[in-house]
Design a protein around this ligand. Structure first.
Ligand code: AVI
Length: 333
């Protein structure tokens, strides 16, 4: 029997892909014109990139997903009780993807017969369709209203529902991919749409042995390398670039002073690359790098300070057994 799904809200408001392509071309041209070349990590996630990220989450070296799974599994009952304490709420899941981890909480909330609806937000319309239909099969009692859009566009949804009670999920250490200033602005905006009694559950990767962190972003099977290099394939596919991808390599370094994992694509030779949609040619010297991603690792004090700078106070910290990953439950202060 075909499933009838609630209509999804499209927040990107595009008629076709042309606006997206123009923005992508502009960001690529800007980044590659800098003296220190850079490309934004949010462009990792096309179809191929999202599939590679799924593989990363299964890698033995990539501990983050397993650690958070453990945190949510072991604390699901307490978390669900906190969420539902004041009655009906919207559960807004920023960057939901396949929501494998969130389903731990959804099952528990359904078991406790909590009164809520679920609002997964993700840039991928396909992912939101799949998630809506899988939830309709697995948890038909949960009302789902999927939103297709970027994090910042999800804020529009929050604004429209300002008066209603909300619990925002920001799992997976996604906050770590923001620059510090961006994370302040983003959490500050989320906070501005919340009211007393609302909550934020945020997943953060904590400081730990630098070798463990480095291996997670430079795995033996080369999946993270393929994920990083896919950005160049994507530019070739979508922007008419002529990157010779085999002439670039993935390089990852961790700075334990700053707690920042940085990823790069390094040109192995001197070369020029034309990208049709930018109308430009970019020159690379041999061993010149493009910075593609930061993944921040935090001390608990930093997380508390980040929250408090944005108007949140810590209610409870849920750790994994190794104390290497935490889901931090904030209330508005
Ligand atoms: C999505 N994000 C939290 C991942 C991370 O760990 O920074 C992206 C990633 N990059 C390389 N491996 C995984």
């Amino acid at each position: 029997m075909p499933l009838t799904l609630a209509p999804m809200i499209e927040l990107s408001r595009k008629q076709d892909g042309s606006q997206d392509t123009a923005a992508f071309a502009r960001d690529v041209a800007d980044g590659l014109s800098q003296q220190q070349k850079t490309l934004p990590s949010r462009y990792f996630y096309d179809g191929a990139g999202s599939r590679l990220f799924q593989q990363i989450m299964d890698l033995p070296e990539y501990y983050l997903t397993r650690s958070e799974f453990e945190v949510l599994t072991n604390n699901r009952q307490t978390m669900a009780e906190h969420f539902a304490r004041e009655g009906f709420f919207h559960l807004i899941d920023l960057g939901a993807g396949d929501a494998l981890k969130t389903k731990i909480l959804l099952r528990e909330l359904a078991r406790q017969q909590s009164v809520f609806d679920y609002v997964p937000v993700d840039i991928s319309g396909d992912a939101m369709l799949e998630l809506s239909s899988s939830l309709q099969e697995e948890l038909p009692e949960v009302k789902v209203e999927a939103v297709v859009g970027e994090y910042f566009q999800a804020l529009e949804w929050l604004q429209e529902h300002k008066a209603e009670r909300k619990v925002v999920l920001f799992l997976g250490s996604n906050i770590g991919n923001f620059e510090y200033q961006e994370s302040l602005e983003f959490l500050g905006s989320v906070r501005s749409y919340l009211q007393a009694g609302d909550r934020l559950l945020m997943g953060v990767d904590l400081r730990k042995n630098p070798d463990v962190i480095l291996n997670a972003y430079d795995d033996a099977a080369g999946v993270t390398a393929a994920f990083n290099l896919n950005l160049l394939h994507r530019i070739n596919r979508e922007l008419g670039g002529d990157f010779k991808v085999e002439q670039f390599c993935h390089h990852a370094i961790y700075n334990p002073l700053e707690g920042v994992m940085r990823s790069f694509l390094v040109s192995k030779v001197e070369q020029q690359v034309q990208i049709r949609e930018t109308g430009k040619t970019f020159s690379f010297e041999a061993w010149e790098a493009i910075h593609t991603e930061n993944s921040h690792k935090y001390t608990l004090r930093q997380v508390e300070e980040l929250g408090s700078a944005c108007g949140f106070k810590v209610e409870t910290v849920f750790y994994d057994s190794q104390r290497g990953f935490a889901d931090v439950l904030f209330t508005v202060s």
